[in-house]
Design a protein around this ligand. Structure first.
Ligand SMILES: Nc1ncnc2c1ncn2[C@@H]1O[C@H](COP(=O)(O)OP(=O)(O)O)[C@@H](O)[C@H]1O
Ligand SMILES: O=c1ccn([C@@H]2O[C@H](COP(=O)(O)OP(=O)(O)O)[C@@H](O)[C@H]2O)c(=O)[nH]1
Ligand SMILES: [Mg+2]
Length: 265
């Protein structure tokens, strides 16, 4: 289990710039270490993994899965689609398979415990340290259950903002043989999205972790909005690689970027 501080720091590229003063630790490496390094950060337990987590939110058909593929190609994050994990349970006829199928057909949300346990298993069995969790959390209850069971918070939350008519058109043309890609289920899903997922989006907006992306346009145009969100994390990591000896570098983990809270000068 990970021990992530609940009030974790805002991302490096936070939309609301920190008012904290920059620290004395002016780095010879062209890096600045913020005051918070010394004062606010709890170290993860020794040996505990502390992954870099991105939640990917948006209505059905807003393009979450499509953009996740591009993020994976460019930044190498590990993609975990909550919907795919649930569909795998159906395909494998597990004990929850029938229940999940009925809920998905009806556009309803699978009990948090089931989805979170599936995600937890993937996260903990992976060698990766950076994840895209696609289509989760769908509800406030999902969000709280993830925090409680997995013990981790997202670093970044993407929200693909798309008009309903566009989402309907895309879903009805998706052609993946999904039981929920029909107009009846889609109407229910849109209602559930507004009622249950909006509060989650608002929660992360208030936390300063939300990046809203206009999801209308070509796949490449939309990805152009996504790129600058992840680039700073990659740049900082590359700089660490360039400037620290290999001995020191073994100390760093991709997610240490958040803990160290560096930014480029
Ligand atoms: N920018 C876009 N413009 C048009 N169609 C798109 C775009 N992005 C994705 N699609 C298509 O819309 C459908 C839904 O996309 P998908 O990535 O599965 O969305 P989500 O995971 O949010 O439900 C897919 O058939 C996909 O190919
Ligand atoms: O955390 C989740 C993710 C998905 N689902 C169920 O799985 C369906 C399909 O989800 P997916 O993310 O695959 O759909 P998308 O938004 O990509 O169309 C949803 O409508 C829900 O019924 C769920 O219950 N909890
Ligand atoms: Mg999807």
């Amino acid at each position: 289990m990970w021990r992530r501080v609940a009030s974790s720091l805002s991302p490096i590229i936070s939309s609301s710039p920190s008012s904290r003063s920059l620290s004395r630790n002016q780095a010879a490496f062209g890096l600045i270490i913020r005051e918070s390094f010394a004062t606010e950060i709890s170290k993860p337990e020794e040996g505990a993994k502390s992954p870099f987590i991105t939640f990917v939110l948006g209505g059905p058909g807003s393009g979450k899965g499509t953009q996740c593929e591009k993020i994976v190609e460019t930044f190498g994050l590990t993609h975990l689609s909550a919907g795919d994990l649930l569909r795998r349970e159906i395909a494998m006829h597990t004990k929850n398979g029938d229940m999940i199928l009925n809920l998905i057909k009806d556009g309803k949300i699978v009990p948090s415990e089931v989805t979170v346990k599936l995600l937890q298993k993937e996260l903990e069995s992976s060698n990766s340290s950076k994840f895209l969790i696609d289509g989760f959390p769908r509800t406030e209850e999902n969000r709280v259950a993830f925090e409680r069971i997995v013990g981790a918070d997202p670093d970044v939350v993407l929200f693909f903002d798309c008009p309903e008519e566009e989402m309907v058109t895309r879903v009805l043309n998706r052609n993946q043989g999904r039981v929920d890609d029909n107009i009846t289920t889609m109407k229910k899903r849109l209602k559930i999205f507004e009622a249950l997922n909006r509060p989650v989006i608002d929660y992360y907006k208030n936390k300063g972790k939300l990046y809203t992306i206009n999801a209308v346009g070509t796949v490449d145009d939309i990805f152009k909005q996504v790129l600058p969100i992840f680039t700073p994390f990659q740049e900082v990591y590359t700089n660490l690689c360039l400037h620290f000896s290999s001995k020191c570098l073994s100390f760093f983990h991709y997610s240490d970027i958040r803990h160290i809270h560096l930014c480029l000068t």
